[in-house]
Ligand binder design. Structure first.
Ligand SMILES: Nc1ncnc2c1ncn2[C@@H]1O[C@H](COP(=O)(O)OP(=O)(O)OP(=O)(O)O)[C@@H](O)[C@H]1O
Length: 626
């Protein structure tokens, strides 16, 4: 747990070659496309509002050189009223812009979040094994908020300010080209400074966002593992890991603030110097009678009206770089190839010749048993995608036949690959070689959705969702059942009874409608395991995979669940990972997994008699292998 800080920053991608912020941001176009018309109108409205602010100095010039010079109060009132109207129009147009963008941009954010969530659901388990959850959470939350802010503000204002600066520059040059050139002198150095800033800030923004992801992971792990942290008195080391990450984030944020202060300083100082220079030159020209006072007032007012568009470029660029980093982080997940759950199946994998001496599926089976019905593993090999390339496969030449209606126990030392083998059946992973078939159908030719409808699983870790007890159980059934709600209730009752969960569920405050899971009532380990078991059997699956399903039950409850399970197991083809003789006795036969292979197949008593490794495992001596 103390190593969290070291283990969670594996997705820090600051070492990646930086791609240009514009190229990154262009990838957002498919999400912006549907609202482009409204955004376009909003941009036009904002440009119009901004240009109105440039008309105000021209009215000022008319006012100073006209009614004020001629001491005409009527003209002055008229000019004042006109200025007021322009100010009102500018404010209204800016309000209209906000209204125009608010709803579509909230929609864009929601669509991007939904798309990300859908994609995460379709990504293979191997992806989730690799990625820390905090990195995914931060991509779906803070990064998307940054993007919404980018659409609403920098995207719009980089355009609006650009147009305003261009129009303003033309007005300045037309009014007095010599003064205009003085004012425009800092443009080139500012452009160079901006490009340096952009590169540095982009890297810092990326680092900060990755660090936020690492922090989120630590917070999530600390909350989920609070009992272990407290139980082992690890709160200090966990707090230390958290502090190190927050310090790293703080130093990155300070670096960003320094860069921002530096560019903001330049963006303010250089134009101020230019305005000062233009003011001196203009005053001299007015004194020499070469320039009217009204023109100088209008010139300086235009220059001042351009101050905000110029000053803001620094932080607009900063926000754009943060948005570019958020876009890269978003698409890093979206670019991961998803597995098609319901689409065309993956091509069948090669079946290597079976190694001599490996026990076969039918060892001990009655003569004449159909060789392709039930659950058949033929020469199956598997290696985790993130395993070192030179390491041997975890599973090698697994050949095993579980006959229809048969229950096979899978026994092996801890880490021998039992859970991994069972995960191949519902296609959580695909074998790297060999073939698995379900009632004669090659699993590789069955879509994942269909495979999961045929195979139900109860894992060792009984995860419950924030939903009612009934919803948690019914999750294991078909999405819609013939017979409606009544049939569903019957199935629920039957599944709860099988898992010996009906008694404690009925005693919950609202029965099966009681909220359980993270936000609900806390259940004991055994109660959670029984609900998970009910979820596995509710859909009357043809194939049942149970990963040590009775490990958290007391001896009395275990006996009750076993009795009920025997009924269920007699109607399905089942593979049950077992550590204890009591679970093994549920099975018709036992397969011993050792050294990545099926080392022996037989009944419990046969293996106890003939296989010393099995006998050692069952007597508890084999635990030394752990
Ligand atoms: N996602 C993964 N990526 C890489 N290696 C993994 C992954 N999951 C498990 N392993 C490794 O595969 C090996 C087998 O793990 P598995 O969980 O299948 O064993 P097991 O026999 O079920 O153990 P146990 O009896 O303790 O549940 C272990 O060495 C484990 O470290």
């Amino acid at each position: 747990m103390a190593d969290t800080a070291q283990t969670t920053n594996q997705t820090d991608r600051t070492d990646l070659p930086q791609r240009s912020a514009v190229r990154s941001l262009l990838r957002l176009w498919p999400f912006i496309r549907p609202v482009r018309a409204r955004l376009g109108v909003a941009a036009c409205v904002a440009v119009l509002a901004s240009c109105i602010s440039l008309v105000i100095p021209l009215v000022l010039k008319w006012l100073v050189d006209g009614p004020v010079a001629a001491r005409d109060p009527g003209g002055a009132w008229l000019g004042g009223a006109f200025l007021l109207l322009l100010g009102l129009a500018e404010a209204l147009l800016f309000g209209l812009r906000r209204w125009l963008v608010a709803r579509p941009l909230a929609g864009v954010e929601a669509t991007m979040r939904e798309t990300l969530y859908r994609h995460l659901q379709r990504l293979p388990v191997a992806f989730h094994d690799r990625w820390p959850s905090g990195q995914l959470l931060s991509r779906g939350t803070t990064d998307l908020q940054l993007l919404r802010m980018f659409f609403a503000f920098p995207l719009m204002f980089l355009l609006v300010n650009g147009v305003t600066i261009l129009v303003g520059a033309v007005i300045l040059l037309v009014q007095r080209w010599s003064l205009g050139l003085v004012l425009l002198a800092p443009v080139l150095p500012l452009m160079v400074l901006c490009s340096v800033f952009e590169a540095k800030y982009g890297r810092a923004a990326r680092r900060a966002q990755d660090q936020v992801g690492d922090l989120t992971t630590v917070v999530e792990e600390s909350v989920l593992g609070i009992r272990i942290i407290k139980g082992f008195g690890r709160h200090r080391s966990q707090a230390r890991a958290f502090r190190e990450l927050t310090r790293a984030l703080r130093s990155t944020e300070l670096g960003k603030a320094r860069l921002l202060a530096w560019i903001w300083g330049c963006m303010t100082a250089l134009p101020e110097l230019a305005i000062g220079g233009a003011l001196v030159c203009g005053a001299v020209q007015v004194a020499d009678g070469e320039l009217s006072a009204g023109t100088l007032v209008a010139f300086l007012s235009t220059a001042l009206a351009l101050r905000w568009p110029v000053d803001s470029i620094g932080f607009l660029l900063a926000m754009s770089n943060e948005a570019a980093a958020a876009t890269d982080r978003y698409f890093e997940v979206m670019d991961e190839p998803a597995v098609e759950e319901s689409g065309p199946p993956t091509p069948a994998v090669r079946i290597p010749p079976r190694t001599a001496g490996a026990p076969t599926a039918t060892a001990g089976a009655g003569a004449g048993a159909a060789t392709d019905q039930g659950l058949v593993f033929s020469g199956v090999a598997f290696r985790y995608p993130d395993a070192p390339p030179d390491s041997p496969p975890l599973l090698r030449d697994i050949t095993l036949h579980i006959r229809p209606g048969e229950t096979m126990a899978l026994v092996g030392a801890t880490g021998s690959g039992k859970t991994t083998l069972t995960a191949l059946v519902p296609r959580l992973y695909d074998p790297t070689a060999g073939r698995i078939s379900l009632d004669g159908r090659d699993l590789a030719t069955i879509s994942r959705d269909e495979a999961r409808a045929m195979v139900a699983v109860a894992f060792e870790e009984p995860t419950l969702f924030s939903a009612t007890a009934a919803e948690n159980v019914l999750m294991g059934g078909a999405a819609s059942r013939p017979g409606g709600a009544d049939a569903q209730d019957d199935e629920l009752r039957r599944a709860l009874a099988v898992a010996q969960a009906d008694g404690f569920v009925a005693a919950l405050p609202e029965g099966s409608a009681t909220q359980v899971g993270e936000q609900g009532l806390s259940l004991s380990g055994g109660q959670r395991q029984r609900l998970a078991l009910a979820r596995a059997v509710v859909g009357r699956p043809r194939f049942l995979i149970l990963d040590d399903p009775l490990s958290a039950l007391d001896v009395h409850t275990e006996a009750l669940v076993e009795a009920a399970l025997r009924q269920v197991l007699s109607t399905t083809t089942a593979l049950v990972v077992a550590h204890r003789p009591s679970t093994v006795l549920l099975a018709d036969r036992v397969a011993l997994l050792s050294g990545g292979r099926i080392a022996a197949v037989g009944t419990h008593h046969e293996l106890l008699r003939d296989n010393p490794e099995y006998a050692a495992l069952m007597s508890g001596e084999g635990e030394g292998a752990r």
